[in-house]
Design a binder for this molecule. Structure first.
Ligand code: F6P
Length: 354
Protein backbone atom coordinates (compact mmCIF):
# COMPACT_ATOMS: atom_id res chain seq x y z
CA UNK A 1 0.00 0.00 0.00
CA UNK A 2 1.36 3.47 -0.88
CA UNK A 3 1.91 5.91 1.92
CA UNK A 4 -0.75 8.58 2.41
CA UNK A 5 0.57 12.08 1.77
CA UNK A 6 -0.98 14.72 4.03
CA UNK A 7 -0.45 18.48 3.86
CA UNK A 8 -0.57 20.88 6.80
CA UNK A 9 -0.87 24.66 6.50
CA UNK A 10 -1.42 27.67 8.72
CA UNK A 11 -3.39 30.67 7.41
CA UNK A 12 -4.38 34.13 8.66
CA UNK A 13 -2.70 35.84 11.60
CA UNK A 14 -0.32 33.85 13.79
CA UNK A 15 -1.28 32.71 17.27
CA UNK A 16 0.56 31.04 20.17
CA UNK A 17 0.06 27.27 19.85
CA UNK A 18 0.21 26.91 16.05
CA UNK A 19 3.49 24.99 16.26
CA UNK A 20 2.01 22.71 18.92
CA UNK A 21 -0.83 21.80 16.51
CA UNK A 22 1.61 21.20 13.63
CA UNK A 23 3.79 19.02 15.86
CA UNK A 24 0.89 16.96 17.21
CA UNK A 25 -0.71 16.42 13.81
CA UNK A 26 2.62 15.58 12.13
CA UNK A 27 3.61 13.17 14.90
CA UNK A 28 0.24 11.39 14.83
CA UNK A 29 0.40 11.06 11.04
CA UNK A 30 4.05 9.94 10.98
CA UNK A 31 3.33 7.29 13.58
CA UNK A 32 0.65 5.99 11.20
CA UNK A 33 3.32 5.89 8.48
CA UNK A 34 1.86 8.77 6.47
CA UNK A 35 4.10 11.24 4.71
CA UNK A 36 3.59 14.80 5.98
CA UNK A 37 4.11 17.92 3.89
CA UNK A 38 4.25 21.44 5.29
CA UNK A 39 2.58 23.96 2.98
CA UNK A 40 4.12 27.39 3.60
CA UNK A 41 2.32 30.74 3.74
CA UNK A 42 -1.15 29.23 3.95
CA UNK A 43 -3.00 28.41 0.75
CA UNK A 44 -0.58 30.64 -1.15
CA UNK A 45 2.04 27.87 -0.83
CA UNK A 46 -0.13 25.78 -3.14
CA UNK A 47 0.22 28.45 -5.83
CA UNK A 48 3.93 29.03 -5.36
CA UNK A 49 4.86 25.41 -4.71
CA UNK A 50 6.24 26.32 -1.29
CA UNK A 51 6.05 22.82 0.17
CA UNK A 52 8.51 21.22 2.59
CA UNK A 53 8.65 17.76 4.17
CA UNK A 54 7.64 17.68 7.84
CA UNK A 55 9.76 15.01 9.47
CA UNK A 56 10.30 14.11 13.13
CA UNK A 57 13.61 16.04 12.86
CA UNK A 58 12.13 19.18 11.34
CA UNK A 59 9.45 19.52 14.02
CA UNK A 60 11.76 18.78 16.96
CA UNK A 61 11.72 21.50 19.63
CA UNK A 62 8.83 23.54 18.20
CA UNK A 63 6.27 22.89 20.97
CA UNK A 64 7.14 25.97 23.10
CA UNK A 65 7.79 28.28 20.17
CA UNK A 66 5.43 31.11 19.22
CA UNK A 67 4.51 31.93 15.63
CA UNK A 68 4.35 29.21 13.00
CA UNK A 69 7.10 27.08 11.54
CA UNK A 70 5.09 27.04 8.30
CA UNK A 71 4.82 30.84 8.12
CA UNK A 72 1.49 32.46 7.32
CA UNK A 73 -0.23 35.30 5.50
CA UNK A 74 -3.67 36.87 5.54
CA UNK A 75 -3.41 37.87 1.90
CA UNK A 76 -3.24 34.45 0.24
CA UNK A 77 -6.92 33.77 -0.49
CA UNK A 78 -6.84 31.81 -3.80
CA UNK A 79 -10.45 32.82 -4.54
CA UNK A 80 -9.50 36.51 -4.40
CA UNK A 81 -5.80 36.45 -5.12
CA UNK A 82 -4.20 39.88 -5.58
CA UNK A 83 -2.97 40.35 -9.16
CA UNK A 84 -0.11 42.65 -10.22
CA UNK A 85 -2.57 45.23 -11.64
CA UNK A 86 -4.26 45.68 -8.26
CA UNK A 87 -7.34 43.57 -9.08
CA UNK A 88 -8.21 40.19 -7.53
CA UNK A 89 -8.38 36.96 -9.50
CA UNK A 90 -9.83 33.54 -8.71
CA UNK A 91 -6.90 31.07 -8.73
CA UNK A 92 -8.71 28.29 -6.85
CA UNK A 93 -8.66 25.93 -9.88
CA UNK A 94 -4.83 26.17 -9.91
CA UNK A 95 -4.75 25.30 -6.21
CA UNK A 96 -6.91 22.23 -6.83
CA UNK A 97 -4.68 21.26 -9.74
CA UNK A 98 -1.51 21.60 -7.69
CA UNK A 99 -2.96 19.57 -4.82
CA UNK A 100 -3.58 16.74 -7.30
CA UNK A 101 -0.13 17.14 -8.87
CA UNK A 102 1.49 16.93 -5.43
CA UNK A 103 -0.46 13.71 -4.77
CA UNK A 104 -1.91 15.11 -1.53
CA UNK A 105 -4.55 12.83 0.04
CA UNK A 106 -5.76 15.31 2.63
CA UNK A 107 -5.03 18.76 4.06
CA UNK A 108 -5.17 20.02 7.63
CA UNK A 109 -5.82 23.77 7.50
CA UNK A 110 -5.16 25.63 10.74
CA UNK A 111 -6.61 29.12 10.79
CA UNK A 112 -9.29 31.64 11.63
CA UNK A 113 -12.51 32.59 9.95
CA UNK A 114 -10.91 33.49 6.59
CA UNK A 115 -8.97 30.20 6.42
CA UNK A 116 -12.06 28.19 7.41
CA UNK A 117 -14.05 29.86 4.65
CA UNK A 118 -11.38 28.97 2.05
CA UNK A 119 -11.19 25.41 3.42
CA UNK A 120 -14.96 25.05 3.11
CA UNK A 121 -14.96 26.29 -0.50
CA UNK A 122 -12.11 23.93 -1.44
CA UNK A 123 -14.02 21.08 0.23
CA UNK A 124 -16.95 21.90 -2.02
CA UNK A 125 -14.53 21.59 -4.97
CA UNK A 126 -13.67 18.06 -3.82
CA UNK A 127 -10.50 18.69 -1.78
CA UNK A 128 -10.34 16.47 1.33
CA UNK A 129 -9.93 18.99 4.09
CA UNK A 130 -9.94 19.06 7.90
CA UNK A 131 -9.81 22.36 9.80
CA UNK A 132 -8.38 23.44 13.13
CA UNK A 133 -9.70 26.75 14.52
CA UNK A 134 -7.20 29.37 15.65
CA UNK A 135 -7.64 32.81 17.11
CA UNK A 136 -6.53 34.68 20.20
CA UNK A 137 -9.94 36.41 20.05
CA UNK A 138 -11.82 33.26 21.17
CA UNK A 139 -14.79 34.42 19.13
CA UNK A 140 -15.77 31.19 17.40
CA UNK A 141 -19.14 29.81 18.53
CA UNK A 142 -18.35 26.23 17.52
CA UNK A 143 -15.68 25.77 20.19
CA UNK A 144 -15.59 26.61 23.89
CA UNK A 145 -12.02 27.89 23.56
CA UNK A 146 -9.47 28.42 20.83
CA UNK A 147 -5.76 27.91 21.61
CA UNK A 148 -3.83 31.16 21.91
CA UNK A 149 -6.61 32.91 23.77
CA UNK A 150 -5.39 32.02 27.26
CA UNK A 151 -1.84 33.05 26.36
CA UNK A 152 -3.12 36.44 25.18
CA UNK A 153 -5.14 36.75 28.41
CA UNK A 154 -2.03 35.89 30.42
CA UNK A 155 0.05 38.53 28.66
CA UNK A 156 -2.68 41.14 29.10
CA UNK A 157 -3.15 40.20 32.77
CA UNK A 158 0.57 40.66 33.35
CA UNK A 159 0.27 44.11 31.73
CA UNK A 160 -2.60 45.01 34.09
CA UNK A 161 -0.49 43.88 37.06
CA UNK A 162 2.39 46.06 35.93
CA UNK A 163 0.14 49.05 35.31
CA UNK A 164 -1.30 48.67 38.82
CA UNK A 165 1.94 49.48 40.61
CA UNK A 166 2.73 52.53 38.50
CA UNK A 167 -0.91 53.77 38.63
CA UNK A 168 -0.91 53.49 42.40
CA UNK A 169 2.42 55.30 42.75
CA UNK A 170 1.25 58.29 40.70
CA UNK A 171 -2.50 58.46 41.41
CA UNK A 172 -3.23 57.95 37.73
CA UNK A 173 -5.89 56.44 35.53
CA UNK A 174 -4.24 53.80 33.35
CA UNK A 175 -6.09 52.71 30.24
CA UNK A 176 -4.95 49.45 28.64
CA UNK A 177 -6.20 48.63 25.14
CA UNK A 178 -6.21 44.94 24.29
CA UNK A 179 -7.03 42.99 21.11
CA UNK A 180 -10.07 40.84 20.36
CA UNK A 181 -11.65 42.37 17.26
CA UNK A 182 -15.40 42.74 17.88
CA UNK A 183 -15.46 40.40 20.86
CA UNK A 184 -14.58 41.45 24.40
CA UNK A 185 -13.19 38.12 25.65
CA UNK A 186 -9.55 39.17 26.10
CA UNK A 187 -10.57 42.42 27.84
CA UNK A 188 -13.08 40.65 30.07
CA UNK A 189 -10.78 37.82 31.16
CA UNK A 190 -7.64 39.93 31.62
CA UNK A 191 -9.66 42.65 33.34
CA UNK A 192 -10.95 40.17 35.87
CA UNK A 193 -7.62 38.34 36.07
CA UNK A 194 -5.69 41.56 36.72
CA UNK A 195 -8.24 43.19 39.01
CA UNK A 196 -9.21 46.09 36.73
CA UNK A 197 -11.71 48.65 38.02
CA UNK A 198 -13.43 49.23 34.70
CA UNK A 199 -13.74 46.92 31.67
CA UNK A 200 -15.05 48.24 28.38
CA UNK A 201 -16.13 45.69 25.76
CA UNK A 202 -17.89 45.92 22.39
CA UNK A 203 -20.87 43.98 23.70
CA UNK A 204 -21.61 46.67 26.33
CA UNK A 205 -21.28 50.10 24.68
CA UNK A 206 -19.91 52.58 27.20
CA UNK A 207 -21.18 55.93 28.43
CA UNK A 208 -18.38 58.37 29.39
CA UNK A 209 -20.43 59.69 32.33
CA UNK A 210 -20.64 56.16 33.80
CA UNK A 211 -16.83 55.79 33.63
CA UNK A 212 -16.40 59.19 35.31
CA UNK A 213 -18.90 58.26 38.03
CA UNK A 214 -17.07 54.98 38.68
CA UNK A 215 -13.73 56.80 39.03
CA UNK A 216 -15.26 59.43 41.35
CA UNK A 217 -16.95 56.78 43.44
CA UNK A 218 -13.58 55.05 44.01
CA UNK A 219 -12.07 58.41 44.90
CA UNK A 220 -14.77 58.94 47.52
CA UNK A 221 -13.79 55.56 48.97
CA UNK A 222 -10.14 56.66 49.11
CA UNK A 223 -8.68 55.05 45.95
CA UNK A 224 -6.96 57.60 43.79
CA UNK A 225 -6.01 55.42 40.85
CA UNK A 226 -7.93 53.34 38.34
CA UNK A 227 -7.21 50.63 35.83
CA UNK A 228 -9.40 50.54 32.74
CA UNK A 229 -9.09 47.62 30.32
CA UNK A 230 -10.67 48.42 26.98
CA UNK A 231 -11.20 46.01 24.10
CA UNK A 232 -10.05 47.39 20.75
CA UNK A 233 -13.60 46.91 19.39
CA UNK A 234 -15.30 48.82 22.23
CA UNK A 235 -17.52 51.74 21.31
CA UNK A 236 -19.41 54.61 22.88
CA UNK A 237 -23.15 54.14 23.35
CA UNK A 238 -24.63 55.13 19.99
CA UNK A 239 -21.11 55.35 18.49
CA UNK A 240 -18.88 53.26 16.25
CA UNK A 241 -15.66 51.29 16.51
CA UNK A 242 -12.35 53.16 16.31
CA UNK A 243 -10.20 52.20 13.33
CA UNK A 244 -6.50 52.66 12.69
CA UNK A 245 -7.38 52.11 9.06
CA UNK A 246 -11.05 52.04 8.15
CA UNK A 247 -10.55 50.67 4.62
CA UNK A 248 -8.88 47.50 5.90
CA UNK A 249 -11.05 47.54 9.07
CA UNK A 250 -7.97 47.52 11.32
CA UNK A 251 -9.21 48.37 14.78
CA UNK A 252 -7.17 50.47 17.18
CA UNK A 253 -7.04 53.66 19.19
CA UNK A 254 -10.23 53.43 21.25
CA UNK A 255 -8.18 53.85 24.46
CA UNK A 256 -7.29 57.39 23.33
CA UNK A 257 -10.96 58.06 22.64
CA UNK A 258 -11.87 56.93 26.16
CA UNK A 259 -9.11 59.12 27.61
CA UNK A 260 -10.47 62.11 25.66
CA UNK A 261 -14.02 61.35 26.80
CA UNK A 262 -13.18 61.49 30.50
CA UNK A 263 -10.16 63.82 30.80
CA UNK A 264 -12.13 67.02 31.36
CA UNK A 265 -14.27 65.47 34.06
CA UNK A 266 -11.71 64.01 36.46
CA UNK A 267 -8.79 65.47 38.35
CA UNK A 268 -6.43 62.50 37.84
CA UNK A 269 -3.78 62.19 35.15
CA UNK A 270 -4.48 59.63 32.43
CA UNK A 271 -2.00 57.43 30.58
CA UNK A 272 -2.75 55.05 27.71
CA UNK A 273 -1.06 51.75 26.84
CA UNK A 274 -1.90 49.89 23.63
CA UNK A 275 -0.66 46.34 24.11
CA UNK A 276 -0.79 45.27 20.44
CA UNK A 277 0.93 42.23 18.99
CA UNK A 278 2.75 41.38 22.22
CA UNK A 279 -0.48 39.51 22.97
CA UNK A 280 0.02 37.30 19.94
CA UNK A 281 3.73 36.63 20.06
CA UNK A 282 5.90 34.40 22.21
CA UNK A 283 5.57 31.04 23.82
CA UNK A 284 2.09 29.55 24.43
CA UNK A 285 1.14 28.86 28.05
CA UNK A 286 0.58 25.23 29.07
CA UNK A 287 -3.22 25.40 28.62
CA UNK A 288 -2.80 26.41 24.98
CA UNK A 289 -0.05 23.86 24.31
CA UNK A 290 -2.33 21.12 25.60
CA UNK A 291 -5.42 22.30 23.72
CA UNK A 292 -3.37 22.75 20.54
CA UNK A 293 -1.90 19.26 20.92
CA UNK A 294 -5.37 17.76 21.40
CA UNK A 295 -6.65 19.64 18.31
CA UNK A 296 -3.64 18.48 16.25
CA UNK A 297 -4.12 14.84 17.22
CA UNK A 298 -7.88 14.98 16.60
CA UNK A 299 -7.38 16.61 13.17
CA UNK A 300 -4.86 13.95 12.15
CA UNK A 301 -7.22 11.21 13.31
CA UNK A 302 -10.05 12.67 11.22
CA UNK A 303 -7.75 12.64 8.17
CA UNK A 304 -6.75 9.04 8.83
CA UNK A 305 -10.45 8.09 9.10
CA UNK A 306 -11.09 10.08 5.90
CA UNK A 307 -13.75 12.05 7.78
CA UNK A 308 -13.32 15.27 5.79
CA UNK A 309 -15.16 18.59 5.81
CA UNK A 310 -14.88 18.72 9.59
CA UNK A 311 -13.35 21.12 12.09
CA UNK A 312 -12.13 20.05 15.51
CA UNK A 313 -13.63 21.87 18.50
CA UNK A 314 -13.60 21.79 22.28
CA UNK A 315 -16.93 21.12 23.96
CA UNK A 316 -16.75 20.81 27.76
CA UNK A 317 -13.70 18.57 28.03
CA UNK A 318 -14.19 16.66 24.80
CA UNK A 319 -12.67 17.28 21.39
CA UNK A 320 -15.45 16.91 18.84
CA UNK A 321 -15.72 17.24 15.06
CA UNK A 322 -18.20 19.73 13.62
CA UNK A 323 -18.91 20.51 9.96
CA UNK A 324 -16.59 23.35 8.81
CA UNK A 325 -19.66 24.81 7.16
CA UNK A 326 -21.43 25.27 10.53
CA UNK A 327 -18.39 26.84 12.13
CA UNK A 328 -17.77 29.49 9.47
CA UNK A 329 -19.06 32.96 10.36
CA UNK A 330 -20.70 31.73 13.51
CA UNK A 331 -19.22 34.12 16.00
CA UNK A 332 -19.30 34.05 19.80
CA UNK A 333 -19.62 37.27 21.76
CA UNK A 334 -19.62 38.05 25.47
CA UNK A 335 -23.12 37.78 26.89
CA UNK A 336 -23.74 41.02 28.84
CA UNK A 337 -26.11 39.07 31.09
CA UNK A 338 -23.87 36.00 31.31
CA UNK A 339 -22.16 34.43 34.29
CA UNK A 340 -18.68 35.94 33.75
CA UNK A 341 -19.98 39.50 33.46
CA UNK A 342 -22.19 38.81 36.48
CA UNK A 343 -19.16 37.77 38.58
CA UNK A 344 -17.27 40.89 37.50
CA UNK A 345 -20.17 43.17 38.40
CA UNK A 346 -20.65 41.36 41.72
CA UNK A 347 -17.15 42.40 42.83
CA UNK A 348 -17.67 46.00 41.78
CA UNK A 349 -16.11 46.07 38.31
CA UNK A 350 -17.82 48.69 36.18
CA UNK A 351 -18.58 48.16 32.49
CA UNK A 352 -19.00 51.89 32.01
CA UNK A 353 -22.64 51.43 31.15
CA UNK A 354 -24.22 53.27 34.06
O1 F6P B 1 -7.70 38.15 15.11
C1 F6P B 1 -6.52 38.25 15.83
C2 F6P B 1 -6.05 39.68 15.91
O2 F6P B 1 -4.86 39.71 16.66
C3 F6P B 1 -7.08 40.67 16.44
O3 F6P B 1 -7.23 40.59 17.84
C4 F6P B 1 -6.54 41.97 15.91
O4 F6P B 1 -7.56 42.93 15.74
C5 F6P B 1 -5.98 41.57 14.57
O5 F6P B 1 -5.76 40.18 14.60
C6 F6P B 1 -4.72 42.28 14.18
O6 F6P B 1 -4.40 41.92 12.89
P1 F6P B 1 -3.00 42.24 12.19
O7 F6P B 1 -1.99 41.29 12.76
O8 F6P B 1 -3.28 42.03 10.76
O9 F6P B 1 -2.67 43.67 12.56
Amino acid sequence: MTKKRIGILTGGGDCPGLNAVIRAAARTLSRDDSEVLGIQFGFEGLLTNAVVPLTPESIRGILPKGGTLLRTTNRGNPFEYPAADGTCVDRSAEVVDNIHKLGIDGIIAIGGDGTLRIAQRLCEMGIPMVAVPKTIDNDLAATDYTFGFMTAVDVATDAVDRLHSTAESHDRVMILEVMGRNAGWIALYSGIGGGADIILIPEIPYRPEAIVESIRSRQREGSKFDIIVVAEGAKRHGGEETYLDKASRRLGGVAYQVAGDIAQHIDLEIRVTVLGHIQRGGSPIAFDRILATRFGVAAAELVLKRDFGKMVALRSDAIVAVPIHDAVSNQKYVDPDGAVVHSARAIGISFGAG
